[in-house]
Design a protein around this ligand. Structure first.
Ligand SMILES: CC(C)(COP(=O)(O)OP(=O)(O)OC[C@H]1O[C@@H](n2cnc3c(N)ncnc32)[C@H](O)[C@@H]1OP(=O)(O)O)[C@@H](O)C(=O)NCCC(=O)NCCS
Length: 149
């Protein structure tokens, strides 16, 4: 398994990024300023984009594993790599997600804990309703990982 930083032509991963964030104009808001990492195990398995939000805070903006490879540990391996990579660069990493029982347990299993919610985020910021299976996503749920220093 290898993890590479991706510095150029980040849009070539758009299909995978859209799995996690289905509106391209929202991806455009963070893609260029974000750090991108790609996990390969033979072929591409997972992608992640992370941004610096303030001196001590980074935010995972997008993480996705190719559908047929989900549930095999690749997403968690990529998060573990990122937690190690940023450990001397900040005190906290946060991630925002819809109120989904597909994603919140994933982040919890990676050591993130509930922080706060932004009401109506998906209604206010997306141009169409966003669904997780048959449940409409309304609020953005933030989880945080705190480094022990
Ligand atoms: C969320 C996602 C990135 C997880 O990546 P993955 O490679 O499938 O996850 P992993 O196989 O590494 O799973 C890691 C852990 O999360 C848990 N997990 C993953 N998906 C889960 C689910 N749907 N329900 C409960 N637990 C889940 C696994 O059981 C595992 O826990 P463990 O290590 O304690 O056994 C992937 O499912 C995905 O790409 N989803 C679509 C895009 C998306 O929704 N991205 C997040 C946007 S906020």
């Amino acid at each position: 398994m290898q993890i590479h930083p991706i510095l150029n032509h980040k849009k070539r991963f758009l299909d995978l990024l859209l799995l996690a964030d289905e509106q391209e104009s929202m991806i455009d808001k963070y893609l260029e300023r974000g750090d991108m990492f790609a996990l390969y195990d033979g072929d591409l398995k997972s992608i992640c984009v992370i941004t610096q939000e303030s001196a001590d805070l980074y935010e995972i903006k997008n993480i996705a594993t190719v559908e047929k490879y989900q549930g095999k540990g690749y997403g968690k391996s990529l998060i573990q790599y990122i937690l190690e990579y940023y450990k001397n660069k900040c005190t906290t990493i946060q991630v925002g997600t819809g109120e989904s029982d597909l994603t919140i347990p994933f982040y919890e299993s990676c050591g993130f804990r509930y922080s706060h919610r932004i009401a109506n985020f998906f209604i206010d910021n997306y141009d169409h309703p966003i669904f997780d299976r048959d449940k409409q996503l309304i609020d953005m749920i933030y989880l945080k990982y705190y480094y022990k220093k």
